[in-house]
Write a protein that binds this ligand. Structure first.
Ligand SMILES: [Zn+2]
Length: 335
């Protein structure tokens, strides 16, 4: 076993005005991700305010009339791929539709809506079939791009869901990206010895406290989360999203849907997701997914990303991974 689940406990000491300036000791813990070495700090539960709630029905009504992803407007107002990439111009699966992103975030940048008829989709209504159909359009997009432009071999599938996550369009969607070069996280993950990835998952399976569900997709609560309530999935035997079989897409979608119901139960309404592909057939590489909850906090609706997240690459969270895993095991067992 080549991985270490490294954690160090610290105590902050101060004279607390809330308690007559008595000497008070507050615990915190620093952990390091066993694959990338990225650190995080776990604060005592209740250190961070509850996520602010949005009036989603009102936001939906305000944005619906001008929404380019709704109904017939999608056909008129979203771009199409050239025929050499997609004969029909857009990729479709079930209700999901995928089209090029007007903003070139990547050489090949896509947007895929769960449905042109679903302008409002709270995260606990992202059913396994809605998620699976949307992922399927991204898998087809990945395969078509790789066949047309094999040099754009670093493919990822991503999501910003609602404004706290960075989404600029209210209508729920996924985003695909294919570039000739890796992002920083793709490069870090591709640089990990595949035996260490396997050892990490097996260590967590044996320990049990953060392991959630196994199968073609292995689900864990992250040991050292990148953000609130991070869930991780690993797919051994696929390096690129283009290599995902339909049954594995379905299993991945079931896990994402179950994870999002857990987030909803914790009061979250927003999330980011990334499925980090490496070039197809990269030996030993396991496709991996990271899912984090996003929120504004408190009455001033402050961001959940502070100096620690943005400039030190060290998230601060008061949600213990072991507690998240307890909730998720129950949620995954009762779809
Ligand atoms: Zn819409």
């Amino acid at each position: 076993m080549g991985v270490e689940l490294r954690r160090e406990q610290l105590v902050a000491e101060l004279l607390d005005p809330r308690n007559g300036f008595e000497r008070t000791r507050l615990p915190l813990e620093v952990r390091w991700d066993p694959l990338t070495g990225q650190s995080c700090r776990l604060l005592p539960a209740g250190s961070i305010p509850a996520p602010a709630r949005h009036d989603l029905a009102r936001l939906a009504e305000q944005s619906r009339d001008a929404c380019p992803f709704c109904g017939d407007r999608l056909d008129r107002e979203t771009p199409r791929f050239p025929a050499e990439v997609c004969e029909e111009g857009r990729f479709r699966s079930g209700e999901a539709v995928l089209f090029p992103n007007l903003v070139p975030y990547a050489k090949w940048s896509s947007v895929s809506v769960y449905s042109a008829d679903r302008h409002l989709l709270p995260i606990d209504e992202l059913s396994p079939s809605l998620v699976a159909d949307n992922l399927e359009t991204q898998v087809r997009f990945a395969a078509a791009v790789l066949s047309h432009d094999p040099s754009s071999s670093w493919v990822s599938i991503n999501a910003n869901h609602l404004p706290p996550s960075g989404s600029s369009v209210f209508h729920p969607h996924l985003q695909g990206s294919a570039n000739p070069m890796a992002t920083t996280m793709q490069r870090l993950l591709a640089g990990v010895d595949p035996a260490d990835v396997r050892a990490y998952v097996e260590t967590e399976r044996e320990r049990g406290e953060r392991f959630i569900a196994g199968g073609a997709v292995e689900w864990l609560a992250a040991f050292a989360p990148l953000g609130p309530a991070e869930l991780r999935a690993f797919v051994f035997g696929a390096a690129s999203p283009a290599e995902l079989r339909a049954d594995v897409v379905r299993e991945l979608a079931e896990g994402i849907s179950a994870g999002l119901r857990v987030y909803a139960g914790l009061g979250f309404e927003s999330f980011n997701l990334a499925l980090y592909g490496a070039p197809p057939a990269t030996p030993g590489y396991a496709l991996s997914l990271r899912l984090v909850a996003r929120a504004y906090y408190g009455p001033a609706r402050r961001s959940d990303a502070m100096w620690s997240e943005r400039l030190h690459w060290e998230s601060a969270t008061d949600l213990a991974p072991e507690h998240l895993a307890d909730l998720a095991r129950a949620g995954f067992a009762n779809p």
